[in-house]
Design a protein around this ligand. Structure first.
Ligand SMILES: [Zn+2]
Ligand SMILES: [Zn+2]
Length: 215
């Protein structure tokens, strides 16, 4: 468990090799543009080109967003925080996620490198297409739209001050994970799956997280 209260603003270094190091950095606008557009295009394609009724396409699109929130939770809980015992597995955990916990405000490392995310996006769309037929495109589009929205939420939590409205719950929840208890609060876009799977940290830790001011 890590419980830093002081946010770290420097970026750190993952690889000695400058090419590999450069590949770990991504400007947030790239995946946001890429995956929101992909979401909108697949929805348009499903309705205009594949002739799927807009109501059906929208339901599949929303289903894709919902599945993404679950995948986001499971990946963060079981892959990003994989228990690491050997040096190799510790290194793996550090590269995929530990570096983010050490440098949570490093703007260049708040999204996966686009090359990797494009490959994963193609695999997911192909999988949904194989499982659901033509409706799989709209479902996959929703999934990518969900990913993009998650990226924006995560970026905003680390870079901007918490807003004084209902969205503040997203800030509070992720601060809880970073600065109070990284063994819980795995959902980033919402606390929903933490309530479902019982990984919602108990009070008064939640109150401590609300006091953390990142800026
Ligand atoms: Zn974070
Ligand atoms: Zn984490």
């Amino acid at each position: 468990m890590r419980a830093n209260t002081k946010p770290v603003t420097s970026g750190g270094r993952i690889f000695k090799n400058p090419v590999l190091e450069a590949l770990t950095k991504t400007h947030i606008s790239i995946p946001l543009t890429l995956f929101w557009s992909a979401g909108a295009i697949t929805l348009w394609y499903s309705i205009a080109e594949l002739g799927i009724h807009w109501g059906t396409a929208t339901i599949f699109f929303l289903g894709g967003i919902a599945l993404f929130t679950l995948v986001e939770y499971l990946m963060h809980r079981f892959l990003y925080h994989i228990p690491a015992r050997t040096e190799k597995s510790k290194r793996f955990q550090y590269v995929i996620h530990g570096v983010h916990h050490d440098h949570p405000r490093d703007k260049a490392r708040l999204a996966m490198p686009p090359l990797l995310s494009i490959v994963l996006a193609t695999l997911f769309i192909s999988l949904f297409r194989a499982l659901m037929g033509a409706e799989g495109y709209a479902f996959g589009g929703g999934f990518l739209f969900g990913y993009s929205t998650y990226l924006l939420a995560h970026y905003a939590v680390h870079i901007y001050k918490s807003p004084k409205n209902f969205l503040g719950v997203i800030w509070k929840h992720h601060n809880l994970h970073h600065y109070v208890n990284d063994g819980g609060a795995f959902g980033v876009s919402s606390p929903f799956w933490d309530y479902i799977f019982g990984t919602m940290p108990k009070e008064p830790r939640r109150k401590e997280a609300a006091k953390v001011d990142l800026l």
